[in-house]
Design a protein around this ligand. Structure first.
Ligand code: ATP
Ligand code: MG
Length: 271
């Protein structure tokens, strides 16, 4: 019986399944749609579910198997890298979902290093409060057009013509120049940058102790979001890291769950 990998996250449900020898990827933002879709397929597929809402979904699909979220995202990320022929022995994995979690991944497995409440949910929630917009694609489109230097206070703004002890393009205070006249796009870019700056600072602190220099970013917050990718890449020289964005990074967890399912179904069939 074929397998469906489901990542039931705090905001979105991501699904990976196989059809005619190829993998297919789907994202749902409404529970009702997932229920309809899975309700039809669950009859002749085995469900392997990961993510924060996995237990809740098992209440609806009692035969579903639960896959641990850390195991799923780490093994899914490894598969995505392999698919893209990126060969890394060890790396920091940064999952920017509703919130953000950081993992050390190497040949021995996967270790969660830390987590932050700043993530895609912050972009949606605070972005909505700042602009009145609620559509993800509209928020990322505006963010790409915005100029954060009109909202953020930079070291240059503070030191003016004087020599500053740190590079003068750095942020002195996020949002400190924002006011009632700030434009939606500029506020959203400042928000994207604040999330990115904080994630990079946390990632580099956590990675230094383990001597990890490759940062692999996954999670749906990177979907169609060039501004976030650009902002996550901006400190490469200063903090010595290489950012990597697997194309299907939103599906790391669901692919990991799918792979666990495929492996265990395969071994059961051989017994
Ligand atoms: P978590 O792992 O923290 O439980 P999750 O797995 O649901 O949450 P992701 O699906 O990786 O998280 O990312 C959710 C984020 O992706 C949203 O907060 C938003 O920033 C972004 N996003 C991308 N596409 C959409 C969409 N169609 N609708 C809403 N948010 C979207
Ligand atoms: Mg998730």
């Amino acid at each position: 019986m074929s397998v469906i990998g489901v990542d039931a996250g705090g905001t979105l449900t991501k699904i990976v399944y196989e059809e005619n020898g190829a993998l297919h990827f789907k994202t749902f933002s409404s529970e009702q749609q997932v229920l309809q879709w899975l309700g039809i397929l669950a009859q002749n597929h085995k469900l392997y579910i990961t993510g924060g809402k996995a237990e809740k979904w098992r209440g609806i699909f009692p035969h579903a198997h639960i896959v641990g979220e850390f195991e799923a995202v780490c093994s899914g990320a490894k598969l995505l890298l392999k698919e893209e022929k990126t060969d890394l022995k060890q790396f920091t994995l940064i999952n920017i979902g509703t919130g953000t979690s950081f993992f050390k991944v190497d040949e021995n497995g996967c270790e969660r290093l830390l987590g932050s409440g700043l993530g895609g949910g912050t972009f949606m929630g605070l972005g909505g409060l700042l602009t009145g917009e609620s559509d993800y694609y509209e928020l990322v489109r505006l963010s790409k057009e915005g100029k954060r230097e009109l909202v953020d206070l930079s070291v240059r703004d503070v030191y003016e013509a004087m020599n500053s002890p740190v590079p003068d393009h750095l942020t002195a205070a996020n949002f400190a120049k924002g006011d009632a006249f700030s434009k939606k796009a500029d506020k959203l870019r400042a928000l994207t940058n604040m999330i990115a700056e904080t994630i990079i600072l946390l990632a580099s602190q956590a990675s230094q102790a383990h001597k990890l220099e490759d940062f692999v970013f996954i999670g749906s917050t990177l979907k169609s979001n060039p501004a976030l990718k650009e902002d996550l890449s901006q400190f490469q020289d200063m903090l010595s890291y290489t950012p990597i964005f697997p194309e299907k990074g939103a599906y790391a967890g669901s692919l990991g769950a799918f792979d666990v399912g495929r492996g265990s179904e395969h071994s059961q069939n051989r017994q």
